[in-house]
Ligand binder design. Sequence first.
Ligand code: ATP
Ligand code: MG
Length: 358
Amino acid sequence: MSDSSIKIVLKNVSKYFGKVCALNAVDIEFAPGTLTTLLGPSGCGKTTLLRLVSGLEPVSSGEIWFGDENVTDLSATRRDIGMVFQSYALFPHMSVGQNVGYGLGVLKTAPDETQERVREVLEMVDMDGYQNRYPDELSGGQQQRVAVARAMVLRPKVLLFDEPLSNIDSKLRRSMRDDIRRLQQGSKITSIYVTHDQAEALAVSDEILIMRKGAIEQQGPPQSLYHHPETAFVANFIGESNVVDAELLGEGKTRQLVLGDAEINIAQGKKTTRQNGPVKLSLRPEVIEIAPKEEISPQALSGLIVQSAYMGPVIEYSIETKVGILFTRAPAYAGQFQKKEEVCVRIRPEEIIIIPNA
Ligand SMILES: Nc1ncnc2c1ncn2[C@@H]1O[C@H](COP(=O)(O)OP(=O)(O)OP(=O)(O)O)[C@@H](O)[C@H]1O
Ligand SMILES: [Mg+2]
């Protein structure tokens, strides 16, 4: 963390548009120098949250703090933030150099220093040498790099990104997402990032915040959300998941999960404080293994392949079982199971997730 990295705190913040509640009494902290991604279905309040932090939109109630400064009543221009949006929003009649240097000009920075800082920040986004080009002479990815440079040149306390890569094709998106991550880690500017793309979220974030209907469903590092989702909603939203019903039995070291026609001993490796009774499980595709039906055992489910798709190195399967359709992948070198084939479905007990709040 650099000395100037600040914490962003929302205290009991709500936002109403008329009668629509876009954010409902949220309490959140964004740790200094980190990048947090907001993830959630359309309309859950991601852009609203970002606009409240930016000051472009006033809160209905609650407070927003940047470090030890209450910024709730400060306008956007006085909050010391940089923003990058989905549409690049460069000034079309200004060159790249003028676009990036615009904010410095407003602050009456000396021309020599402006030129040097513009060059420095363009170099960071791999666009040095493009100073005299105009936005319509650049590709979408290049325009977005310039937009990132323009947001960073003022060395703001806070960087806000609203789907910055969604207009960019997938190959370039990956390299730009790595660039944004590298720049953010280098500068240690506390950043909030909105995306619909969960692979992007897993790759760029220190923390992910899953939102649902104007509230925070769960916040944590990517790995913890992936491996320890607290609700079925989070399990479904992060990564691919099969959420199935099961029954927890037994006690102490001999506890079992009954799902469909399988009874899985979970004594090894899986501690749970859950009481016996119905539970919901999250099964990631990578914990489900298909074997020939002859290998069926009491610990395995019997299944029927209902869909298979060849994807190159892997084959994707949908398997009908007593607990519903399960989705999984298998390496193509392991051979292919045919549609309508009966199979044995094994689930690795140590990687079953028992969803706590379901
Ligand atoms: N200016 C506005 N006037 C009225 N309602 C609004 C306004 N802006 C947002 N809303 C409503 O607030 C809710 C949250 O919207 P928001 O734009 O924050 O969602 P989002 O999570 O960014 O969605 P998306 O993923 O589609 O961009 C929605 O129900 C939306 O219709
Ligand atoms: Mg939005």
